[in-house]
Design a protein around this ligand. Structure first.
Ligand code: HEC
Length: 176
């Protein structure tokens, strides 16, 4: 009985002292932090939201392939279609268009494809006003993607892209 009460009183004592000890230690730590005046933990080299882009050191090697420059994309729009718009090319282009473009651009290339809701509604490709756009513009869209449109570089061979363009030109002139 006597022993038990000693244990109890010991516990009671340390519990009583705990808040005082805690205050003392935390005040000391706070004083230490203030004295140092560092916020190193916050100031890390990582890229924070809204911060301007951190440029990679020169000569660093990309792990995600090379970023294409705007100039390169513009250069593509100056490409000249090497494949004449013969019936055979237009027909090949139709098949390819239906396979790779219709899901978003719709069967008549006017938009409204099944996938359009997920990628955003694309503008009409068959509108006659598109005849003014250079062939390379369409080529570049397929090669590099454009805005919300993903690139289809691996879906179509360069030659196949020109067939698609010959087919699109047919649609655009039929729409007149
Ligand atoms: C996954 C959906 C998707 C597929 C597949 C797709 N497109 Fe697109 N495309 C879009 C969207 C969305 C836009 C509008 C992009 C923007 O302005 O942000 C677009 C825009 C374009 C434009 C630019 C039109 C303009 O006037 O600005 C061209 C050209 C084009 N697509 C051609 C094609 C061709 C050709 C194919 C097939 C080889 C194709 N696209 C396949 C979604 C797609």
């Amino acid at each position: 009985m006597k022993r038990r009460s000693r244990v109890l009183s010991h516990t009671a004592l340390s519990e009583k002292n705990f808040p005082r000890c805690f205050t003392l230690i935390s005040t000391a730590m706070l004083a230490l932090c203030l004295a140092c005046g560092h916020d190193d933990m916050r100031d890390q080299p990582s890229w924070k939201p809204q911060e301007s882009e951190v440029l990679l050191p020169a000569d660093s090697i990309s792990t995600a392939g090379l970023e294409k420059s705007v100039a390169e994309t513009e250069e593509f729009t100056r490409l000249v279609n090497p494949i004449p718009p013969a019936e055979s090319s237009v027909n090949k282009g139709k098949v390819l268009f239906e396979r790779f473009c219709v899901p978003c651009h719709g069967i008549e290339a006017k938009g409204g494809g099944m996938m359009a809701a997920h990628f955003g509604e694309p503008p009409s490709l068959s509108d006659p006003s598109n005849l003014q756009l250079p062939d390379g513009f369409f080529y570049s869209a397929m090669r590099h993607g454009r805005g919300l449109m993903p690139e289809l570089a691996e879906a179509l061979l360069p030659e196949e892209r020109w067939h698609v363009i010959n087919y699109l030109r047919r649609l655009q002139s039929n729409d007149k």
